[in-house]
Design a binder for this molecule. Sequence first.
Ligand code: HEM
Length: 229
Amino acid sequence: MANFITISSVLKKIIIAVTGISLFLFLIVHLLGNITIFTGSPPGRDFNAYAHFLESFGILFTIAELGLLGFFGLHITTSLYTNLINYKSRKSRYAVSNFAGGKSKKTYASTSMVITGVVVMAFLIWHVLQFRFGPYYETIYLSVNGGEPVRDLYRLITEEFSNIWVVLGYTVALSLLSLHLGHGFWSSFQSLGIYGKTFTRVTYSISYLLGLIISLGFLVIPLYIFWIN
Ligand code: HEM
């Protein structure tokens, strides 16, 4: 029984780490694709063309979206479940639960991962409803198959990021995303058993730096759109 619990908790850690690193890579690709927001004439041409290019893969694009949803689902449910189990076992072991002593750092990190993770999850639901399932505008300057207009996602982005509350919401969520990525990326390697004195020190530093760069990269978009409108 003890062996089963240990194996499954190792498996859970591996699932969280592998899905986390994959989602990290998705974020980098998403950010690189979003750079087209700043290029093209008239504004939005490149971005709409890029989004249309992805959708033109049809069923393959849908499969990729479902795969992504699966990765998010696995990452979130496994993390929350693991934390719930850990919380329950801690409570039953200690009469008083405090952030103190030798274990405090670890407890603090996992607690903050749950908090930042839940906020990022709420942001993600909002974000996907806002853009993926938001109003369908059509472009007047970009068409395919000799006249069929493509979706004007740039107009939607412009409308949404002209609202100060949306920009503030993104600022809060992306700041927390930075912390979540910073801790998550580094600890994924620990979970996969890849560590060593120098390796851990280096990954720890670049992890928080990467989290910051990715979040700032995303944050520039709402700030820029708000500023030019
Ligand atoms: C702040 C800058 C961002 C912009 C301008 C942006 C833009 C977009 C747009 C336009 C879509 C819809 C694409 C389509 O329908 O083809 C989308 C989808 C999505 N975004 Fe973002 N995004 C941003 C940040 C983020 C962040 C920080 C995350 C994750 C934490 C994220 C995760 C997603 C996901 C999961 C989808 C759904 C993918 C799909 O179904 O194709 N995005 N984003």
